[in-house]
Every structure is written in structure tokens, then in C-alpha cells.
Design a protein around this ligand. Structure first.
Ligand code: SP5
Ligand code: ZN
Length: 351
């Protein structure tokens, strides 16, 4: 299978994230992508670099001012001499009730205000290499999308940082730009078809849901830890089914702690069938391995062999598949689980 990868992700590296007010060692580390890359090379997959696609496809999905903020944040922060931390993390965010009965918020001038205006959590630090890595991850996704547009049955984008928590005009959840949403919109325009977007990262893809919630071009189906218990807490409920032109085009399957292979595969079959009914073009897969039983920050119980079966079942849909890497934090298993998933998909598409 063709695998797109950029080394620029390595410059996006920070020591800590802030969880529940406390600095803890970062989970979203460069080793994640390196483990996957090495395992896929060993498994005989073909690696290629990304082609630059510029800002256009990003601005078709994200707020221009947010992109500009990401581009300038580090320089502005260091120029202002706020150097006591190695990364930019917000401490003041304008919840909707702050401006209740008033207008606003508007983007503030100060660096500390700006990060709180754009970033919705404290776990998504910006460092010097963040913008370059985020842009490269988008190019990785778009390059893989280009392979699908030119007739490849399947392609895998080894994106880092991940993307599915980034909404049109706010970012968080280790995500800055929504690689999957940008690639899906680009592919929907290029192919003139209605796409399916299957999100099988452990977490609800709040950003992807938000971007397509009122649009018919992409039907979104997600299987995730129930937001009543898990991050991102504020979306992912079964009652969220789309609105406006996107009415009925959003399917959430929140799952219990301890969800095992059997329950997961049943949910996967429901998602696939639902997507096939509501799309006629390629399927974009937001692929996370934080569903694994030993993932340190999640609570499902999937085993390594089920990833091959997941790859098989998704590929058996017969649709062109654009695979986009999202989360997964158990380093020892990441490479193997990715190789199993891709191997399962390749078994089917090669036939
Ligand atoms: C792409 C992706 O998988 N992003 C995941 C972001 C999850 N952020 C971590 C949330 C866990 C916070 N746990 C804090 C427990 C405090 N009691
Ligand atoms: Zn995740």
C-alpha cells in the first residue's frame, strides 16, 4: 500500500501537556509516528513524501485567521518574551457565557489572550515546529487524497500531529488542522461525489463533526468512548444527527468502558452500512489506535488481531479508502496495530 509520510512532524515536540491543571509528560510524541513508519517499512509498504498543496485547501475548511494565528503564534510569543514555559498553552478561554447578552468575543491583541481565543484546551501546546508540522500533515493527507483521486484503491497518510479534534475555527485535543476534513472536502470537490468519513479513533472527532454538521458532501460516522465519561466531553452523543443540509448525515456510537473486539466489530458494521447508504464516493477513515486495550489514556479493550479484521471489513465496502492517522498512545503496540490494520485492508483491495 502507498504510505505518505513527512519527517517534518519531528519538529513538533514538547515535554509537557497540562491535564486537570497539572503538567504531565506529553502523550502525543514524535516516537508515535516513527514507530508506525518503521513497522510499515518492515511490512513492505511503499513510503513516499508529500507534495505541497498550499493554503487553499486549508482555507476551504478552516477560519483564515486561525491559520494565520498558528503561523505567527510562536514568533509573537517569543518576541513578547513569555519564556518561562517551553510551549504556548492557554490559561484564559472565553466560554460562551462570558459574553452572554453582549457581542463578542473578538480576537484579542495580547499573545496570552490570542491562544485562549483559538485553543479550547490545555493539552495542545504550540512550539516552534508546530506550524510546519501541522502544514506538512495536511500535505501528507492531501497527497494521499491525490492518489485516491487518480485511481488508487487505498492510500495511508501517516499524519502527525493528528487532526480530528480541530474544528473550523478552534483547535485542541493534540490537533491543530483537521487533516481528514481538509482531505475529505478536497476529495469531495475533485470527485463530485458524496463521501463517507468513518472515525475510528477512540475519541469523538468533534472537529470533523462540527465542520460537516450542516453539509451534505460528507456523511460522518464515529465510534468512540462515551462523552459522558471521556474527552472531549461536549460532543459525541447519539442524539447529534446533523442539521440543515446535513440533517441525518451524522452518526455517533458512544461506547462503554471495556468495549471488546466483539462489541466493537458490531458497531463497526453498523457504521460501515450506514455510511454506504449515505455516500457514493470514497471513504475517508480517521484511524486511531487508542482503542487498544493497553492504551494509557483510553478504556476500550481491543486486541491486536481485531485491527486486521477491521481493515478487512472497511476495505470490503469496495469503496476507495483514504486512511488518515489520528491518535494512539501505547508506543509498543502502535506499529504492529497499524501494520495489522493496513495488512487487512491490503488483503481485500489486492483481490
Ligand atoms: C487525536 C487524539 O487522540 N486526541 C486525544 C486528546 C485526548 N486528550 C487527553 C484527554 C485525557 C485527559 N485526562 C485527564 C484526566 C484528568 N482527571
Ligand atoms: Zn484519540
Amino acid at each position: 500500500m502507498k504510505v505518505v509520510f513527512s519527517e517534518r512532524h519531528r519538529a513538533h515536540a514538547y515535554a509537557h501537556e497540562v491535564a486537570a491543571g497539572v503538567p504531565i509528560p506529553a502523550w502525543e510524541v514524535p516516537e508515535r509516528a516513527e514507530h508506525i513508519r518503521n513497522a510499515l517499512l518492515s511490512a513492505g509498504h511503499e513510503l513516499m513524501g508529500p507534495v505541497e498543496h498550499g493554503r487553499g485547501p486549508i482555507e476551504a475548511v478552516h477560519d483564515r485567521d486561525m491559520l494565520r494565528y498558528l503561523e505567527t503564534a510562536w514568533k509573537e510569543w517569543t518576541r513578547a518574551g513569555i519564556a518561562e514555559r517551553d510551549a504556548i498553552i492557554p490559561d484564559t478561554m472565553p466560554l460562551p457565557a462570558y459574553h452572554e447578552g453582549m457581542s463578542g468575543p473578538t480576537e484579542p491583541q495580547s499573545p496570552c489572550g490570542r491562544i485562549g481565543y483559538w485553543c479550547f484546551d490545555t493539552m495542545t501546546p504550540i512550539v516552534e515546529g508546530t506550524y510546519g508540522a501541522a502544514r506538512a500533515a495536511v500535505d501528507v493527507a492531501l497527497t494521499a487524497a491525490g492518489l485516491i483521486a487518480s485511481g488508487e484503491p487505498v492510500a495511508y497518510a501517516l499524519c502527525r500531529p493528528p487532526g480530528h479534534h480541530a474544528a473550523r475555527a478552534t483547535f485542541g485535543g493534540y490537533c491543530y488542522l483537521n487533516n481528514a476534513a481538509i482531505a475529505a472536502h478536497w476529495l469531495a470537490v475533485r470527485t463530485g461525489s458524496r463521501l463517507g468519513l468513518l472515525d475510528i479513533d477512540y475519541h469523538h472527532g468533534n472537529g470533523t463533526q462540527q465542520i460537516f454538521y450542516r453539509r451534505a458532501e460528507v456523511a460522518y460516522a464515529s465510534i468512540h468512548g462515551d462523552p459522558r465519561r471521556m474527552y472531549p466531553y461536549f460532543s459525541g452523543h447519539a442524539a447529534e444527527t446533523g442539521a440543515g443540509d446535513g440533517t441525518g448525515a451524522n452518526l455517533n456510537q458512544p461506547m462503554a468502558a471495556g468495549t471488546d473486539d466483539r462489541a466493537y466489530l458490531a458497531a463497526l458494521d453498523r457504521s460501515i452500512n450506514w455510511l454506504l447508504d449515505r455516500s457514493d464516493g470514497p471513504v475517508v477513515v480517521s484511524l486511531g489506535f487508542d482503542t487498544f486495550g493497553e492504551d494509557p489514556i483510553c478504556d476500550f479493550a481491543l486486541t491486536t488481531p481485531v485491527y486486521r479484521e477491521c481493515g478487512r471489513r472497511v476495505a470490503a465496502s469496495g469503496r476507495p479508502l483514504l486512511l488518515i492517522q489520528e491518535g494512539g498512545y501505547h508506543l509498543p503496540s502502535l506499529g504492529t496495530n497499524a501494520a495489522e490494520w493496513l495488512g487487512g485492508a491490503a488483503d481485500v483491495t489486492a483481490r
